[in-house]
Design a protein around this ligand. Structure first.
Ligand SMILES: Nc1ncnc2c1ncn2[C@@H]1O[C@H](COP(=O)(O)OP(=O)(O)O)[C@@H](O)[C@H]1O
Ligand SMILES: N[C@@H](CCC(=O)OP(=O)(O)O)C(=O)O
Length: 384
């Protein structure tokens, strides 16, 4: 047969295999999609129903492939603002609370209607920072989301904006999405915004190029990012990129992409759409993921002596024992997140307390005591 007589250079075959492999869709198994307010609204700030319809269709298509999906959706304030006119003298925080409270109903109702067209049920999960601080709340939340996924329901998470004001607030929903991804052990996170990803300069400048991949080595991308935000955005691109980096450091594949592009959630897996991809580091087990996000969630502090510091960072697996602790600050219970400092006040890591503050106060510096932080619940800050 003449077909077999055609000589194809070996290099070309290898290129073909490699190229085909690269084009193979790398579908996720458990995916978190964060949808920014600007994706869900048009330039006048009104709900963009066609966009939401398109997102619901794409999510339904991914679900039909067996992918489990959690949505972290902003939009409550933007939806509420269009429903209720408030006097301009109304206090800013109260305004946000009223709009979020009214708008969340409309937001979820819209999702419910749109997903029902694909015979899919949705659920609402409203959370505050406090729920990530307390390990019991954290585990309850995780069990609930995993239970919903098991039932084929799409959990839709948002910040509880009526309760979460000032210090209870997440920086923005990018932080919530990153925390949620690590909490449920998602393998992928897609952050949808109104730009294709991170640019080497302000995206409005014609010379700014999109950065397609950000490597797992610490790269200072902050230098590229201007503090510009879209009309409804809260944190801007800087928190988006630092939260993306944090999730990627925990082994999660993260993309920042443009939710305004048709079919973005389907095209991203086949590299058919522009985006910024954050290369993941090797995966960490779940308690360490919870702790890795704990830098703003700790309830107390312990200062350790030099011997304990060296033991924690040595090759040998070591828990933190009371004998190495020289000072304890704050009131906390067993199970709370604790910040670990060295004698100079430098942050060494975070861990889960095995004793309440009253008990560890009594055991400071004592030998032959149960670990205060067990190694399995210890997250050390590298380069500390
Ligand atoms: N280097 C950059 N690359 C991309 N976007 C940037 C950059 N610097 C600032 N931005 C701004 O960040 C905005 C996205 O962040 P944000 O307003 O918080 O969006 P969202 O509502 O989707 O969370 C973009 O619309 C863009 O104007
Ligand atoms: N929880 C708020 C969203 C706050 C927020 O982070 O917004 P965005 O930067 O658009 O993701 C809301 O639902 O309006």
């Amino acid at each position: 047969m003449s077909f077999f007589k055609i000589k194809v250079p070996f290099g070309l075959i290898l290129w073909g295999i490699f190229n085909n492999h690269c084009k193979m869709p790398h579908f996720p198994k458990l995916l978190v999609v964060k949808i920014g307010s600007n994706v869900l609204t048009n330039p006048e700030g009104k709900p963009d129903l066609a966009r939401m319809e398109s997102i619901a269709r794409q999510v339904a298509e991914l679900k039909a492939k067996g992918i489990k999906i959690v949505l972290v959706s902003s939009g409550a304030v933007a939806f509420g603002r269009k429903e209720i006119q408030l006097h301009e003298k109304t206090e800013a925080v109260l305004k946000k609370q009223i709009w979020a409270s009214v708008g969340q109903v409309e937001l979820i109702h819209t999702y419910k209607t749109l997903f029902a067209q694909h015979h899919l049920a949705v659920s609402q999960i409203l959370v505050t920072k406090e729920d990530f601080r307390d390990r019991r709340h954290y585990l309850n939340m995780r069990n609930c989301i995993l239970g919903l996924l098991q039932q084929g329901i799409i959990p839709i998470v948002n910040e509880n904006d009526t309760v979460a004001i000032t210090e209870l607030m997440f920086t923005d929903n990018d932080e919530l999405a990153s925390l949620t991804s690590s909490m449920i052990n998602a393998d992928s996170l897609v952050i949808l915004s109104n730009v294709d990803g991170i640019y080497e300069g302000p995206p409005s400048e014609p010379n700014s190029k999109l950065i397609p991949i950000i490597g797992s080595r610490l790269e200072d991308i902050g230098q590229f990012i201007s503090p510009v935000k879209s009309s409804f955005g809260r944190g801007g691109m800087l928190t988006k990129s630092s939260m993306a980096r944090k999730a990627a450091d925990l082994g999660i594949r993260v993309w920042i992409a443009n939710g305004k592009r048709d079919n973005i959630l389907l095209d991203i897996w086949e590299e058919k759409a522009p985006s910024t991809f954050f290369e993941p580091k090797s995966s960490k087990h779940s308690p360490k993921k919870w702790l890795a996000h704990g830098d703003q969630y700790f309830k107390g502090e312990v200062t350790v002596n030099d011997g304990a510091r060296l033991a924690l960072f040595s090759e040998k697996i070591s828990s933190l024992l009371p004998v190495g602790i020289i000072q304890v600050k704050g009131e906390f219970s067993k199970g709370d997140i604790i910040l670990i400092l060295d004698e100079k006040g430098k942050k060494l890591g975070l861990g889960k307390a095995e004793y309440a503050s009253s008990l560890i106060q009594e055991r400071i510096g004592l030998k032959n005591q149960k670990p205060f932080i067990h190694y399995d619940y210890l997250y050390l800050i590298q380069n500390a």
